[in-house]
Structures are given as structure tokens and as C-alpha cells.
Design a protein around this ligand. Structure first.
Ligand code: F6R
Length: 370
């Protein structure tokens, strides 16, 4: 039921404070600083003892794993890789019994991810599902797992699943590091951040009118849009670009800020809108340098900077045309906040261009063929 919303995509974007609460309910306990995941309990010892974590998924689910890689590495101190299901299979990636493979999928039915899971089982890796649809193939075949509990997602473009997948993977990292003394301060910061996340998202949703104006203004007739960031926001760039291209059909590219000088700067002209994630974290200085590089070569009026609350004036002072101030949170959770305005921009662009928002051309909600 779409209720008061015109499209499922918009409804699902606005549901995120609630869907994230659903993902954390009964699992994250801020009072004691603990995380409980019933679906992993029986395999917890094997998980903690593993030598390597490999996340596998397609599209948005792949981006969610990428968004968490740094945090999972930091808390578990294990090598962590993130693989596209198709490429993982193409390479017949070497796997060992001591490996843990985490399969990330909203539908739990994506053919490449399911095939990758069967491959991992043949190699005797321990398999974990991070799945939304209960009873789906990936949920049934994995050795253990965490359901997203984000509620049914109907729009073809994945929105609330992305934010819940990030929360679920972060909960897994918190659980795996529960006994590490050296990680307790960091774990506490993240658990407090998780508790405050639904309210932070409610605040970002209040930017909706401003985002609609951007979609009918500087972005609507763009031929191509560039989205730039680094660190935790690199995954946000890729996901923002995917969301915009799949529903608005405008070519959009997510670029790591560290790569700008290695080619992409040649694309910048007076026409191209540029979106930059410059929220505060330990990469802030580096991303400010990227803003300067882009301002010098492109059209400042066509630049949109997503920044932390209170930093808008600074970027406007540099000549940036539009600033979007969002609540600050723990670095590893900032992507959950920052993707929301991008989902709304994608949505309003599709509406402004008269497109079928919930059912983009050539796409299916579950990709059950390879
Ligand atoms: C993009 C999108 C797709 C899916 C991908 C994987 O908005 O929805 O990229 O994320 O097809 O689907 P699941 O998560 O069901 O395995």
C-alpha cells in the first residue's frame, strides 16, 4: 500500500527511520553496549575464528558491503574483501575452509549471488546471509545469517534495503569484536550513533523540498552528473550514481576523489553538475582539496556539496552553488545519512522527467537469470 505517497520509491525512502529501527530492534542494546544477533549465535565461534571475510553481492547490495569494509577491517582486524557476485564467479575466487563468505541480497534470489553461494558451499567456506526476504533461497541455503527486517521493498530501485544492509553489516562487525578490549571505545561510539540514526534520517528527510527544487533546476537537463567523495563516502558516491542513473536515465558516475587527477578531471566543463560529499571525518581536508580542484575547472553554480551541519557557509563562501547540511554521525554511519538526499534527488529527477519511477525500463526487482 502506497498510502499518502505517490510512488513506492518515495514511500520507502520516507520509511527509513522506521525500517532502520526494525533492523536494530531487539539486537542493538545501547544501555549495555551489546549487540545480539540470534541468527549467528550457533556459528559465532567459527565466525570469530575465521581468517578472512569476503562479502559478495550485486548492485546496491555490493555497495552496502563496500560502505562497511573499512569498519569491518578495523573492528575484526581481518582481511576483508568485497566482491561482485558475477566477478567472484568469473574468477573462481580461491576459497578455504577458514574463510567466511557473507552474501548480501535484498531479495535473496539474485541468480549470480545464489550461484556464488553454491560455489562457496562447495569450497566449504562458512556462509552467512544478509537478506531481507525471509524464506528466500539465499536465506535458506546459507549456514547462518541476519535478516534485515526492513519490511517489504516494492520499488525496483533499492532504497531502504541499502541503509538496513549497512546497519546489519555494522552490527555483525560489532558482534565479532565484542570481546576485543582495544575496540570498546570505538564500539561505544558506533552503538550510540546507531541509536541516534533514525532521528538523523528524519532530519535529512526535511530537505525534501530543497531537493525537489534541485531536481527541477540545475539537474533536470543534465547530460551527465559526477558524484565525488572518498573514504566511507566512496561507496555513497557509487550508490548515489546508481540510484540517479537507474531511475532518471541520466548518466551519472561515482568517482573516488583521489582519482580525479588520474583522468576524470578531463570531463569537467561548465555544463556538468558535480555532487561532492564533504561531511566531516578524517578525510575532510582531502575532500576540501577536491572541492577546490573542481571549483577551479567547473561551474561553481552547478556544484552541490553535502556537508555537516554548520559547514554550509564555508562552502558557499568558496562559491559553491548549493549546500546540503546533514546531521553529523560516526564516520562509518555517515553514509546512511548521506545517501538519503541522493535517493530523493533520484526520485524527483525521475518524476520531473516524466519517467516510471517504480519500474524503470529494462530492469527487474529480482534478477533471477544470469
Ligand atoms: C539498484 C538495485 C539493484 C539490486 C541488485 C541486487 O537499485 O536494486 O542493483 O541491488 O539487483 O539485488 P538483491 O539485493 O535482491 O540481490
Amino acid at each position: 500500500e502506497r498510502g499518502r505517497f505517490e510512488h513506492f520509491m518515495l514511500k520507502e525512502i520516507f520509511e527509513q527511520p522506521e525500517s532502520i529501527r526494525g533492523t536494530m530492534r531487539g539486537r542493538v542494546q545501547p544501555a549495555t553496549g551489546t549487540v545480539l544477533l540470534g541468527g549467528l549465535r550457533e556459528r559465532l565461534d567459527d565466525l570469530v575464528r575465521s581468517n578472512r571475510l569476503i562479502f559478495v553481492g550485486c548492485g546496491t547490495s555490493y555497495h552496502a558491503a563496500l560502505a562497511c569494509r573499512q569498519l569491518v577491517e578495523q573492528l575484526t582486524e581481518l582481511p576483508v574483501s568485497v566482491e561482485l557476485s558475477s566477478d567472484f564467479l568469473d574468477r573462481a575466487c580461491p576459497l578455504f575452509r577458514s574463510d567466511v563468505c557473507v552474501f548480501v541480497s535484498q531479495s535473496g534470489e539474485t541468480a549470480d549471488t545464489l550461484e556464488a553461494l553454491r560455489y562457496a558451499k562447495r569450497r566449504h567456506a562458512l556462509t552467512v546471509g544478509v537478506v531481507n526476504v525471509v524464506g528466500s533461497a539465499i536465506a535458506r541455503i546459507t549456514d547462518c545469517g541476519v535478516h534485515l527486517n526492513a519490511g517489504c521493498e516494492i520499488g525496483v530501485a533499492s532504497t531502504k534495503s541499502y541503509t538496513s544492509q549497512i546497519v546489519a553489516i555494522i552490527m555483525i562487525a560489532l558482534l565479532l569484536s565484542a570481546d576485543r578490549l582495544s575496540k570498546q571505545t570505538r564500539r561505544r561510539e558506533i552503538i550510540d550513533g546507531l541509536a541516534a540514526l533514525p532521528t538523523a534520517i528524519e532530519r535529512v528527510l526535511m530537505l525534501n523540498d530543497k531537493l525537489r527544487m534541485l531536481a527541477v533546476g540545475v539537474l533536470r537537463d543534465a547530460v551527465s552528473i559526477l558524484v565525488c567523495g572518498r573514504g566511507y563516502q566512496y561507496a555513497t558516491c557509487l550508490e548515489a550514481a546508481l540510484k540517479i542513473k537507474e531511475v532518471s536515465y541520466i548518466h551519472t558516475e561515482g568517482i573516488h576523489a583521489g582519482e580525479l587527477k588520474h583522468g576524470p578531471l578531463a570531463l569537467i566543463d561548465q555544463e556538468m553538475p558535480m555532487i561532492v560529499f564533504a561531511t566531516r571525518d578524517n578525510g575532510y581536508e582531502a575532500i576540501c582539496n577536491a572541492v577546490h580542484q573542481l571549483l577551479a575547472r567547473g561551474n561553481p553554480q552547478r556544484m552541490i556539496v553535502v556537508c555537516s551541519e554548520g559547514d554550509g557557509h564555508f562552502f558557499q563562501g568558496l562559491g559553491v552553488g548549493t549546500t546540503l547540511e546533514v546531521p553529523h554521525t560516526a564516520d562509518c554511519l555517515q553514509g546512511v545519512v548521506n545517501i538519503v538526499p541522493m535517493q530523493l534527488i533520484a526520485y524527483h529527477l525521475a518524476v520531473a522527467r516524466g519517467l516510471n519511477v517504480d519500474q524503470p525500463r529494462n530492469l527487474a526487482k529480482s534478477v533471477t537469470v544470469q
